[in-house]
Design a binder for this molecule. Structure first.
Ligand code: FAD
Length: 152
């Protein structure tokens, strides 16, 4: 099995799109991620997977806390900004539980790092959700490398 076939297969799994955000030394850093899942209800745990070369790792290892912002169908541009596909845009973050969150996200989860594991070329972060906010709206989705919207 080659890398392309693996990527193609994984791309058949439709996901939402999140922006992970964290702050360290007064710098807010965001990163687009669709490797996100709910893990446990008691305690309330979620998981994100971050590439070992991503700058986000340095920030998470220092800050030990982060937010997960689930994007709405109107926030594709934010996904592209935090994936490095649109450059040099200023983004305003709000503060929630002392952490940076994106205004108008469908859901924002404020998490502390509960555990982390190296897994191949990624680092898995388990986050304990300490608070969350939910807003009305429809999610941005990602399938076969393309953005989509949920149609009802
Ligand atoms: P950088 O590449 O340095 O930063 C990312 C971009 O965000 C840069 O352009 C930077 O200027 C901008 N940025 C950061 N903070 C701010 C700020 N405060 N204000 C304005 N702009 C800012 N990678 C994974 O590891 N795991 C995943 O699950 C994952 N899922 C993805 C899903 C999708 C749909 C896409 C498009 C990409 C995904 N990626 C994922 C890839 C990942 O988003 C990119 O590789 C990203 O560039 C890695 O970020 P970084 O932490 O290395 O920082």
């Amino acid at each position: 099995m080659d890398d392309r076939m693996f990527r193609t297969a994984m791309g058949k799994f439709t996901t939402g799109v999140t922006v992970i955000a964290s702050e360290h030394n007064g710098e807010v850093h965001g990163m687009t991620a669709n490797a996100f899942m709910s893990v446990s209800l008691d305690p309330k745990l979620i998981l994100i997977s971050v590439g070992e070369n991503a700058k986000m790792n340095e920030i998470l290892q220092e800050a030990q806390k982060f937010t997960v912002n689930i994007l709405t169908e109107n926030q594709q541009e934010l996904s592209m900004i935090f994936a490095g596909q649109i450059k040099d845009r200023k983004v305003i973050f709000n503060t929630f539980e002392g952490m940076p969150v994106l205004e108008d996200a469908l859901v924002s989860l404020a998490c502390r790092v509960y555990d982390s594991y190296a897994a191949g070329d990624h680092i898995l972060y388990i986050g304990e959700v300490i608070n969350l906010s939910v807003q009305d709206g429809e999610p941005l989705t990602f399938y076969e490398g393309k953005y989509n919207q949920v149609t009802s």
